[in-house]
Design a binder for this molecule. Structure first.
Ligand code: TRP
Length: 456
């Protein structure tokens, strides 16, 4: 298999378009919904610290590796792995990495779409003023009523899946680039407004302390794994999403610089979401460990009390939907490009089939919040299991092999050529990180989680 010089699926119009699209993929429910709730479940500060360290020493080096592999291969992750392993004279089995990414992407999107559906439902609930003047019990009641209805959850999940597949079908460049350009800045400004609101609650200091003063006694071994898994999830790493986006990247753009911008924006948004949410949690005596519903039972409370709250609330949930939308498309893009390349399918046909498969899998998550809530495996519902398997096992494993591929399998000259880091020291630092630090880091966190490092 020869390596094409440009992608048959198109190319971003500029380096900025790549940064915006990749940041659009990275910034999503992971930042606004998941980061606050898992931080709350895992005790706060120490968890946040481990997450930040993982972003810096594991996430950023792997993101550079994933982008460079993608840009050199210029095809779907499956075919990219095949042609680059041939180029390096190694086994074609590396394409399995592309396959596991396709599976992980389907699994993630199946439940991601259900949660995005909650946000869609909340656009309307805020819009009609349902939260106006509501107290904590009423807000919690509105949320549990939504979860109790499988039909409603399914309807919203269906709408979100259709939205996602429509954009993917049009090709990543046409619809997407334009939307992201405008929406990301608006989301950012609205988050600043909300942090401003949180600053005026009496519990701002408590919220800040919860996020930033580490108490390692509160962090379990599983918590460390969840923090690392989230570093992969939030940066969209380990399944080929960033690889396929890299394959549309212009030849001359700097991979290191763009990666720093994407990871920086993503981390900033997550921390701001935390700063907006935890003061509200403490000011209203809510539980930080409330679980996946955390933002849906805290933020409406704040919106219900602030002047113009119905307006801001509606705007906020619209932006959450858009953040989720620009992320969800990257979860199917690897599969769709493969179907187009290998089966000569039209993009639209590929989208219909993958959309249906993911939608059907999502029904499991829909039911896990109501009818199936008592069916658990290892104490986890269907939704929990999908999330745990992907974020904490499949993505870190995918990332581990991506690092090994870039650092040990590809020829140093090829990697150097693709990265084109002018700064020699910078290149060496990256190389030491992906060769040793990153793989070892992932392995140690895995071993730690299964208790191997805690004999006796
Ligand atoms: N990063 C996105 C978020 O934080 C989710 C996401 C999009 C993702 N594409 C991905 C996660 C690929 C893992 C892999 O919401």
């Amino acid at each position: 298999m020869t390596r094409p010089r440009t992608s048959i699926h198109g190319e971003w119009s500029s380096r900025w378009a790549f940064v915006l699209a990749a940041a659009g993929s990275a910034v999503g429910l992971g930042n606004i919904w998941k980061f606050p709730y898992i931080t709350g479940e895992n005790g706060g500060g120490a968890f946040v610290l481990v997450y930040l360290v993982c972003i810096a020493v594991i996430g950023i080096p792997i993101m550079m590796a994933e982008v460079l592999i993608g840009r050199r291969g210029r095809q779907s992750p499956i075919n990219t792995m095949t042609s680059l392993s041939e180029e390096a004279g190694k086994s074609r089995r590396w394409s399995l990495l592309g396959w596991s990414g396709v599976v992980a992407g389907f699994m993630i999107l199946s439940y991601y779409s259900v949660i995005a559906g909650w946000a869609l439902a909340y656009v309307f609930r805020s819009g009609i003023g349902m939260f106006h003047g509501a107290d904590a019990d009423q807000v919690a009641g509105i949320f549990s009523e939504l979860l109790a209805s499988p039909e409603r959850l399914l309807a919203w999940h269906t709408i979100f899946m259709v939205m996602t597949m429509v954009v993917v079908a049009r090709g990543v460049r046409s619809g997407l680039e334009k939307a992201v350009r405008f929406l990301m800045p608006v989301l950012f400004i609205l988050l600043i407004v909300m942090v401003g609101y949180a600053m005026n609650t009496a519990a701002f200091g408590k919220g800040v302390a919860f996020l930033f003063s580490p108490d390692f006694g509160k962090l379990s071994r599983d918590g460390v794994l969840i923090a690392m898994g989230h570093a992969f999830f939030t940066l969209s790493l380990g399944m080929g999403a960033i690889m396929i986006y890299g394959s549309y990247m212009p030849e001359r753009a700097s991979i290191a610089k763009t990666t720093f911008m994407i990871a920086g924006a993503d981390t900033l948004v997550a921390l701001m979401a935390g700063l907006a949410i935890f003061p509200i949690v403490f000011a209203n005596n809510l539980e930080p460990s409330a679980g996946p519903g955390l933002i849906f039972v805290t933020l409406p409370l704040a919106f219900g009390q602030m002047p113009g709250g119905s307006f801001f609330g509606t705007l906020f949930f619209i932006l959450v939907v858009f953040a989720a939308w620009t992320s969800s498309i990257s979860l199917v893009e690897p599969a769709v490009t493969w179907m187009v390349e290998n089966h000569g399918m039209r993009r639209l046909t590929a989208c219909v089939w993958s959309g249906i498969a993911i939608w059907a899998l999502g029904i499991g998550s829909v039911l896990s919040f109501n009818v199936w809530s008592d069916y658990t495996l290892f104490g986890k519902t269907f939704f929990d299991l999908m999330d745990y398997l992907t974020s904490n096992i499949m993505l870190p494993l995918g990332g581990l092999f991506i690092a090994i591929f870039a650092a040990w399998v590809m020829k140093d000259a090829d990697v150097r050529d693709e990265l084109a880091i002018v700064n020699k020291l910078g290149y060496r630092l990256w190389r030491v990180l992906v060769r040793y630090v990153t793989p070892l880091g992932v392995i140690i966190v895995f071993l730690n989680a299964i208790g191997v490092l805690h004999a006796g």
